[in-house]
Design a binder for this molecule. Structure first.
Ligand code: KG4
Ligand code: ZN
Length: 340
C-alpha cells in the first residue's frame, strides 16, 4: 500500500519572527521566516511593534510558504500553530490566523508548545542529520529560554532545570549592550571571542543549586567591570574588545557545560541535543564536540535554520500530533506562559 501523504502548514509567531512552513510527512517542503529588523533600533524586542509586524507579515509569509512548497491550500491535511509560550500580542496573530484558515478549509487545527517544538525539531527528516534516541537530554538556549529537559518520548518531557532570571541569549545581548555592540549581540560576541584570549578576564559563575541557571548577575558583573576599567582607561573596551568577548563567552559556555555535566550525572543519559538561537554559538558547539571525546557523549545539533525560531519545528510537532489524532478545539487560546 502506498503511504498516505500528510501535509501540515506550521505557523510560528511567538516572538519577533513571523514564520510559515509546509511539511510533507517529516520532510520540509518550505520554511519561510520574516524577521523584524525594527527591534534593532530599540536594542531588544518591543512587544507592541512585534504584534503589529506579525499582522503585516502573516498573509504574505503563509502565501510564500505555500507557493514555495509546490502544493495548494486544498491539499493541506491540518494547520499547526504556536500556542505559547511567548508574547501575548504576537501569539494572538498566529493563533487567530491559524483558526480562521483551518475553519475555512474545514481541516484539523493543532496547537503546539514552542518549547517542545525547539526539541522536536530534531525529528525533521534531513540528509545527514541523525535523530537522538529516547531518552535524551535537550538543552534549549535562546534569547527567551534556557532549559534542560529530559525527553522520554515525543510528548513525555520533564524540565530538569531552567533559568530563574535572564535567558542565556539575554546574557549575550545585555553584555553586548554594555560593550556598545548592536542587537542582537550574540553573533558578534561569538565572532570576536574566537579572536581573543578566553582567560584574559575572570567573571565568577553564579551559584545556583541543582540544574537551574541564573544569568542576571553576570550581566551586572560585566557592567561594573567595564565601568571600573573605563575609569582607568577610557579606551579600555575598544582596546580589549576581543579579549572581553572571549572571556564572557568562556564564562557562559562554562556555566552551560557545568549544568549539562550535572544533568548527565543525575540521569545517566549521555545523548545530548541542543536547540534555540544560541546553539549557533561556536563555543558551545566546540564544547559539545570535545565532550564526545572526553566523556563519551553523543551530541545532536540541528541545522541552523531549525535552531532559531521557525515554523518548520512547529510543523513537525503538528505532524507527530496528527498521527495521534491529537487535534485542538477551536476555542483553544494563546497562552503566554505555557509549560512543557
Ligand atoms: O532562538 P532565537 O532566534 O530567538 C529566541 O527565541 O530568543 O535566539 C536569539 C538569541 C539572541 O539572544 C542572539 O543573541 C542569540 O540567540 N545568538 C547567539 C548566536 N547567534 C544567535 N548567541 C551566541 N552566539 C551566537 N553565535
Ligand atoms: Zn524560541
Amino acid at each position: 500500500m502506498k503511504k498516505e501523504k500528510i501535509y501540515i502548514l506550521g505557523i510560528e509567531s511567538s516572538c519577533d519572527d513571523t514564520s510559515a512552513a509546509i511539511l510533507c510527512n517529516a520532510q520540509i517542503l518550505s520554511n519561510v521566516v520574516a524577521d523584524q529588523k525594527i527591534h534593532a533600533e530599540y536594542g531588544g524586542v518591543v512587544p507592541e511593534l512585534a504584534s503589529r509586524a506579525h499582522q503585516q507579515n502573516i498573509v504574505p509569509v503563509v502565501h510564500q510558504a505555500i507557493e514555495k512548497s509546490g502544493i495548494t491550500k486544498s491539499q493541506l491535511s491540518a494547520i499547526a500553530f504556536t500556542r505559547g509560550p511567548g508574547l501575548m500580542g504576537s501569539l494572538l496573530v498566529g493563533t487567530s490566523f491559524a483558526k480562521s484558515l483551518a475553519y475555512g478549509l474545514d481541516i484539523p487545527l493543532i496547537d503546539v508548545n514552542h518549547m517542545q517544538a525547539h526539541i522536536l525539531a530534531h525529528f525533521i527528516e534531513e540528509d545527514g542529520h541523525k535523530k537522538p534516541p529516547f531518552p535524551f537530554l535537550a538543552m534549549t538556549i535562546s534569547g527567551g529560554h534556557t532549559q534542560i529537559v529530559k525527553v522520554t518520548n515525543y510528548f513525555e518531557m520533564e524540565v530538569l532545570g531552567e533559568t530563574i532570571d535572564d535567558a542565556v541569549g539575554e546574557a549575550y545581548d545585555k553584555s553586548g549592550k554594555v560593550l556598545g555592540l548592536g542587537y542582537p549581540a550574540g553573533p558578534e560576541i561569538d565572532k570576536r571571542a574566537q579572536l581573543g584570549n578566553p582567560k584574559a578576564y575572570r567573571f565568577t559563575k553564579p551559584k545556583v543549586d541543582g540544574l537551574n541557571f541564573s544569568f542576571s548577575g553576570l550581566k551586572t558583573a560585566i557592567l561594573y567591570f567595564v565601568q571600573r576599567e573605563v575609569k582607568a582607561n577610557p579606551n579600555f573596551v575598544e582596546d580589549n574588545l576581543n579579549d572581553i568577548c572571549a572571556s564572557i563567552q568562556y564564562t557562559i559556555i562554562g556555566i552551560l557545560m557545568d549544568k549539562l555535566k550535572l544533568a548527565v550525572k543525575q540521569t545517566g543519559i549521555t545523548h545530548i541535543a541542543i536547540g534555540g538561537g544560541v546553539s549557533a554559538n561556536s563555543g558551545i558547539r566546540k564544547a559539545l564536540k570535545d565532550a564526545e571525546q572526553k566523556h563519551g557523549w553523543t551530541t545532536y545539533i540541528p541545522k541552523f535554520e531549525y535552531t532559531t525560531d521557525n515554523a518548520a519545528m512547529i510543523a513537525i510537532v503538528g505532524y507527530l500530533k496528527y498521527l495521534r489524532k491529537d487535534f485542538s478545539n477551536f476555542d483553544v487560546m494563546a497562552t503566554a506562559r505555557l509549560k512543557i
